[in-house]
Design a protein around this ligand. Structure first.
Ligand SMILES: [Zn+2]
Length: 95
């Protein structure tokens, strides 16, 4: 499986908002956005999640990225290891 195929699968199968909840963040809807406390700078409700586009952005510390970036930063893992972690998670769900 190529990296592109894996990225596509991860984005199809893994919700960024759900993943943030799994890391203990209090993700809630605020208007058209999903927001929570930023896990990086800890500012309340500064962390905005677009679950449809799999993107996050913090209005306070300007952290931004996709699901891979989020999990990579939370787990302190590099890109390749983060993909492996997320693929393992999908395979556990499929088993
Ligand atoms: Zn922040």
């Amino acid at each position: 499986m190529t990296t592109d195929v894996k990225l596509d699968l991860i984005n199809k199968r893994i919700s960024l908002a759900e993943t943030a909840r799994e890391y203990g963040l209090d993700v809630h809807r605020e208007g058209y956005r999903m927001v929570c406390r930023c896990p990086f700078c800890h500012k309340q409700n500064a962390f905005s999640i677009n679950d449809e586009q799999h993107l996050f952005y913090c209005f306070a510390c300007k952290a931004s990225g996709d699901t891979i970036d989020f999990v990579g930063r939370m787990e302190k893992k590099n890109f390749g290891d983060t993909i492996d972690t997320l693929m393992a998670k999908i395979q556990v769900e499929d088993a």
